[in-house]
Design a protein around this ligand. Structure first.
Ligand code: PA5
Length: 470
């Protein structure tokens, strides 16, 4: 049976909808297609030669088997799962959980949950982290910690790991430490690999050649999802289906190519803010995941020839209907420098009826006997209509339903669109040199050996800047 397929509706970015000044003509699109077609063909050749490794994850049966075996090993043994990671080692886990498990999952009784409660700690806020440890303290023996760090050198995750390692060792002893800690890291090198090997922790691999923000469909995102009852094989099946679509060179049959082409064309025309606005709570954290993927991959100082170009669209997340009452005033009447990407759900997982009530003002009649799903869908269409009336280009990605299959498709769609957009911008979408500098200066300020030069540089700059504080 064919999987329910995601659809990309681009009618409202065309000049026929938003006018010639802000919309694209079909002729313009046709003129841009050959470049994208050549690029997709090149990416496919590179993929077959071993590049763009994330594209292989949906077909990686050995990887799936390893993750499923780990899920079986831990299933039923823990009440809580705490993921310690940041950036690409956390955002996918959060997104999958919000999309595919019931809202308020952690508050459900154990028998109604597909697995342990899940806490993803992607920060080192001391109050938050301390409060979580207090909360879990009495149930420490029933808490599994999954440390996720490809490099093992990320300060935030390393600090969390040291705290949890010490806590487990003190409270549960060495055997408890080993039983309650699972590390997801590079299988061959890096600081965390060295620790895993030396101290004998259970581990899962981050596949070589797959960067953090492209790793959600590996053990990085799949273990917590699988342990919490999400059908990870269906997630990969959806991603594999999208993998087939995004390999096609014909742009109109390839939603990733079309997305990249449209967003790149708008970028060049000065619409550099790309707002993703899901109409569905389940999809809200996928917008957060997209924000990292689009920003960290495409925001680059230098192009592939080393020329300083300073490019990159700014991804923004919003949530319908909530942000209609917060952002839409700006979106309709402020600068026309944005493209809107709505995420629409055709059939919500459930619906809630608005009851009929006698004796109320006629003003509320239009709601009575309808459903919240009907209202939310109407709000999406109305908001899009209003934006289009103000000549704001709008795309819609339509989910027939929110399921493991469609979420898998969505993930691969955006990963592939990012690769293609990187090609159009002529930059490397897989590195993040600018993040590195902040990491190095954090090391310097924390007194890490080998970062003395940065520490001196920082002190000098601080002195030069002087104090100008009100
Ligand atoms: O996308 C990326 O590469 C980053 O967001 C990383 O995932 C993040 O910096 C965490 O890195 P690591 O997994 O090495 O701790």
């Amino acid at each position: 049976m064919p999987l329910p397929a995601l659809k990309l509706d681009y009618a409202n970015v065309l000049d026929t909808a938003v006018g010639a000044t802000h919309g694209l003509s079909l002729a313009e699109l046709r003129r841009a297609e050959p470049e994208v077609q050549t690029l997709v063909a090149r990416i496919e050749r590179e993929r077959k030669a071993g590049q763009h490794r994330y594209r292989e994850l949906p077909h990686d049966a050995a990887m799936l088997k390893t993750v499923q075996a780990a899920v079986r090993r831990y299933r039923g043994k823990f009440e809580n799962l705490v993921v310690l990671g940041i950036g690409g080692s956390a955002l996918g886990n959060i997104a999958l959980q919000t999309a595919l498990n019931p809202c308020y999952y952690n508050l459900l009784p154990a028998r109604e949950r597909g697995g342990p409660r899940l806490f993803v700690m992607d920060n080192v806020d001391p109050t938050q982290f301390g409060n979580l440890l207090d909360l879990l303290g009495p149930a420490l023996r029933k808490t599994l910690f999954n440390v996720i760090s490809k490099s093992g050198e990320t300060a935030e995750t390393a600090a969390q790991f040291l705290i949890v390692r010490d806590l487990l060792q003190r409270k549960l002893g060495r055997a408890g430490l080993r039983a309650n800690l699972l590390v997801t890291t590079d299988p061959e090198g890096g600081t965390m690999r060295g620790i895993v090997d030396a101290e004998g922790y259970a581990a899962l691999p981050v596949p070589p050649g797959v960067g953090g923000r492209f790793s959600v469909l590996s053990a990085v995102g799949l273990f917590s999802a699988g342990l919490c009852g999400i059908k990870i094989d269906r997630l990969l099946a959806g991603a594999a289906e999208m993998g087939r679509r995004v390999g096609k060179t014909a742009v109109r049959q390839n939603p990733a190519a079309l997305l990249a082409l449209l967003l790149h064309t708008f970028y060049v025309r000065g619409k550099r803010l790309h707002v993703m606005m899901p109409y569905g709570y389940a999809l809200k954290d996928l917008a957060d995941w997209y924000r990292q993927l689009w920003a960290e991959s495409l925001g680059k100082r230098c192009d592939l020839d080393g020329q300083v170009v300073g490019v990159g669209p700014t991804p923004i997340k919003a949530l319908g209907a909530t942000d209609q009452h917060s952002q839409v005033q700006l979106y309709r009447e402020g600068p026309n420098d944005k493209v809107f990407i709505f995420l629409e759900v055709e059939r919500y997982a459930r619906d809630v009826k608005i009851p009929r009530a006698a004796g109320l003002p006629a003003d509320l009649d239009y709601l009575q006997g309808r459903t919240l799903g009907t209202l939310l869908s109407a709000e999406k269409r109305a908001t899009e209509y209003a934006l289009v009336a103000s000549e704001r280009p709008c795309l819609t990605i339509r989910f027939p339903v929110v399921s493991a299959e469609t979420v898998g498709q969505f993930i691969l769609l955006w990963e592939a669109a990012t690769t293609i957009a990187g090609g159009l911008l002529h930059i490397n979408p897989y590195d993040q040199p600018a993040v590195q500098m902040g990491k190095e200066f954090t090391f310097a300020l924390m007194g890490k050996q080998g970062y003395e030069r940065q520490a001196r540089e920082y002190a000098k700059a601080a002195k030069r800047g002087g104090k100008h504080i009100v």
